[in-house]
Design a binder for this molecule. Structure first.
Ligand code: IMP
Ligand code: MG
Length: 183
């Protein structure tokens, strides 16, 4: 069944499906409901850290049933393939003042923690009303800096995952489920 699904999409380079589109949808609905409750009546900015979280944000914002605004930032720490450089570079910054907003960052995956530790430090200096992090995936065993998300939808072991926005050398982002890459 899993092999069939993968073959239907014409993908090679994938070992196995980890989280199906239905499972992802279910968890995102729960996350959206929590955001809707927590931020009802408050100015809310949902912030995507590109590129990996573009699909997560697109689905998460549609699971949020209160008014919100959307923002984008981009950071790069993986230059190509699967090896982290250790340095985080902000390649696209927000186009607005966030001091009047509760900011919820939607991230694809927390690995070493460096990307979000840097981004959160930068955003806190801009005095948002509050700052919280929702991550689709968390790899706690790979952490190099002390950082944890407020909400994590799935925990993964030390494997390289692709799909649903996450890439390996810019490929597999359009896979509609999350899979382990066959490196
Ligand atoms: P960190 O700074 O090490 O936490 O890395 C975060 C970024 O690395 C994520 O936003 C992803 O873009 C990328 N990354 C880390 N692990 C994976 C993975 O297993 N698959 C795809 N991208 C990953
Ligand atoms: Mg990312």
């Amino acid at each position: 069944m899993i092999t069939e699904t993968i073959n239907n999409y014409g993908y090679s380079g994938i070992k196995r499906e980890l989280f199906s589109r239905d499972k992802i949808k279910e968890r995102i609905a729960m996350a959206g409901a929590k955001i809707s409750l927590d931020y009802a009546g408050k100015p809310l900015l949902l912030l995507s850290v590109l590129k990996g979280s573009f699909i997560f944000l697109a689905d998460l914002c549609r699971a949020v049933e209160i008014p919100c605004e959307i923002g984008f930032m981009a950071a790069s720490s993986y230059y190509d393939g699967t090896v982290s450089s250790g340095n985080v570079k902000i390649t696209l910054d927000l186009d607005r003042d966030i001091s009047g907003y509760h900011v919820v960052i939607a991230e694809d995956i927390i690995d070493t923690g460096r990307t979000l530790a840097n981004i959160c430090e930068l955003l806190r200096k801009r005095n948002p009303l509050s700052l919280s992090v929702y991550t689709l995936l968390d790899k706690p065993c790979r952490r190099e800096v002390d950082f944890s998300a407020d909400v994590s939808l799935f925990t993964v072991p030390d494997i390289f995952v692709v799909g649903y926005g996450l890439d390996c050398g810019e490929k597999f982002r359009n896979l509609p489920f999350i899979a382990e890459a066959d490196l």
